[in-house]
Design a protein around this ligand. Sequence first.
Ligand SMILES: [Zn+2]
Length: 426
Amino acid sequence: MSIMIIIIVLIIRVTLIMLCSQTNPLIKQKTCDKCTEPGEYYDGRVILKKISSSKRTDTSFRLQQDEEHHLGISPLTRLNVGLVSTFPIDYMHACCLGVCRKLLNFWIGGNLKTRLPNRLVKTISQRLVSLKPYIPLEFNRKPRSLDELQRWKATEFRSFLLYLGPVVLKDVTDLAVYEHFLLFHCAISILISDRHISKYGFEYPNKLLCAFVTHCEKLYGKQFLIYNVHILCHLVDDVKNYGPLDRFSAFPFENYLGVLKKLIKSPTQPLQQIHRRLKEADYFFRINCSQKSLVHLLEHNSGPTSIYTCCRQYRKVKYQNFILCAKFQSSADSYCLIKGDIVFEIHNIILYEESTFLIGKQYVEKRPLYNYPIESSELGICIVDILSEHYFSWSIKDVVSKCLVLPFNNKLVCVPIIHTLTEDSI
Ligand SMILES: [Zn+2]
């Protein structure tokens, strides 16, 4: 009896899918917001196969040039805004919670062709968990095992895409799968940073994203070509209009929800409470900013002080939007990139005649972590080895960015933390 019910349900489902995809005139096929590529139903989902269809413009939308795309006149047309260009793609949802999560889901639970063997999934999980002690203060969450993938937050997918993925996947997945992931990783790493955009322009990251989308079908099948994957080809247009991805992503709003929640102390008049607390915070922020942009913390006398005598020593310094520590205070927060691509390990922080200096050692050997589609060292990502014997001293003004330094095959991989790239280095 129960088998009969299952068969009937299956027949109804297949019929509905066929109706949706073929004949039902009442159901419009989903098309892309940014181009005229029509969606088609495949395996129970809408896929968009081509990436070369003509692009929609604000004018073509208002004139309803693609009749199939409109169900009527949108009330938003009364606003004096471009109805295509004013609605950029949110990289938090499209790239992190969208494509990155989809890739990981395919590797873990996709069909037999695309799924990674269990032992490799375990290896990736073990590598991720082993990186926990190496995650700096700027990261809200420590890496978790793939067993918990369904509970991963957007920031965890972002960390995987930009920092951890290239390390934990290396020599584990097929080279084709790894290099395909690197197309996505490199493109997003470029598009998230002013500095990388001014170096590579828009054409190159666009080429990487289009290559990523094109190769998706070969590696993962047609069912991978969902809307989130297709719109990667339009991402660069929004970066041209609005700047690096984080300037128009949902991350700041998502992160701030927790802050807003903490401002409410009682159930009455929550909006008024938030308004009052924000006004106070704004007042104190303005006072503090005008007083100091560099904050020295945790004074000590343990050295090393190098050539400096009569100086004050600190374990921690808050500089711009990040914190640097001496290695004995917090190893994970003690690495930075100095002008000239020097990977530096901080052993002490010195205040000498009102200037701040970092005392430490620098890595002598460096080589790229990957060579495709570009040498990783072009993005500042490299395998480092052998520390200098002697101490060096650098002014804090020479810091280009804080770095994440992760263990890899008995060596270390240095990855610049993109949002800490200092303004002077842009
Ligand atoms: Zn499109």
